[in-house]
Write a protein that binds this ligand. Structure first.
Ligand code: 1HE
Length: 267
């Protein structure tokens, strides 16, 4: 089993703080963090390793002014790929993003600048998306003579709905600001997406890891099931999570009135 410190990373970096919060950075700012094949392999390695390395939450961020420009179009052009080669590449993208979404570790994406094409596919595999005023979302595949291949037909359609996704792809429509929040592309719009993402990661990291594992894998799995099967899987998961020894202390604190109560936000 690989450890975080053993990962050979060229286009990404990872750091781990004392609270078990990992910061994963895309690190090709001169190429606007476009995703070449090697970066995808690094993301697979990272998101295979994180859940077994005791990581409690992860912030996914980027160097430079843009989060991610999507598929490396220059590499794709120079490789002049055959259909089966690109299909295999898509499988690697799916592997990376599935490991993120189903891995059980909360991933919070700190967005900025362009979150486009495959960059939006990457962001949509995170569990929480935080945008700033300069963040904008688009699916320019149609304009490039391409189609999505990194899971957008599943995840972006899930976030914004089929009609909006088709509009984005046909017309190049860009969403930003409050409108992007309203359609579901991000859950937070703030001045500083990185510090907000870290604040959210710290909040999530205070939960029991087994609860977070269920939240960050079971909900996604259950979306793929019939309602009847999802209900069946839910009681199995709840049976394990809700009887974990670690939750007894939290329940005791509620029972003896020392645990904080759920209150409305202050005005
Ligand atoms: C790239 C890429 C890229 C920039 N692949 N190299 N994605 C797109 O259609 C988005 C394409 N990119 C852009 O629209 C713009 O570059 C940005 C809005 C992201 C940034 O603009 P800007 O003015 O800051 O940068 P730039 O001058 O356009 O690019 C700077 C460098 O980044 C330049 O390299 P250089 O070596 O000439 O300096 C660009 O070539 C490079 N660069 N974006 C490769 N995408 C699994 S299927 C997924 C399908 C898709 O993702 S389609 C959507 C692709």
């Amino acid at each position: 089993m690989k450890r975080i410190e053993d990962l050979a990373l060229e286009h990404t970096t990872i750091t781990l703080d004392a609270d078990g919060i990992a910061t994963v950075s895309l690190n090709r700012p001169d190429k606007r963090n476009a995703l070449n094949a090697d970066t995808i392999e690094e993301l697979i390695d990272i998101f295979v390793t994180l859940p077994r390395a005791g990581v409690r939450a992860c912030v996914l961020r980027a160097e430079g002014t843009h989060f991610c420009a999507g598929l490396d179009l220059v590499e794709h052009h120079s490789e002049d790929r055959r259909p089966e080669t690109f299909m295999h590449l898509c499988l690697r993208w799916h592997e990376a993003f599935n490991k993120m979404e189903y891995g059980g570790v909360p991933v919070i994406a700190a967005l900025k600048g362009a979150v486009v094409g495959g960059g939006l596919e990457l962001a949509s595999a995170a569990h929480i998306r935080v945008a700033d005023a300069g963040t904008y979302f688009a699916l320019p595949e149609g304009q490039r003579g391409l189609f999505t291949g990194g899971g957008a037909t599943i995840r972006v359609a899930d976030l914004v709905g089929k009609a909006r996704m088709i509009d984005m792809m046909l017309t190049g429509r860009v969403y930003q600001g409050q409108e992007a929040i309203a359609v579901g592309l991000a859950q937070y719009l703030v001045d500083d997406s990185e510090s907000k993402a870290m604040e959210l990661a710290r909040a999530a990291a205070r939960n029991e890891p087994l609860s977070n594992f269920a939240i960050c894998s079971a909900i996604s799995h259950m979306q793929n099931m019939s309602a009847l099967d999802a209900a069946y899987a839910e009681w199995g998961g709840a049976g394990i999570v809700n009887t974990q020894p670690a939750c007894r202390q939290r329940l005791a604190a509620f029972a003896d009135k020392s645990a904080p109560r759920v209150r409305p936000n202050e005005a």
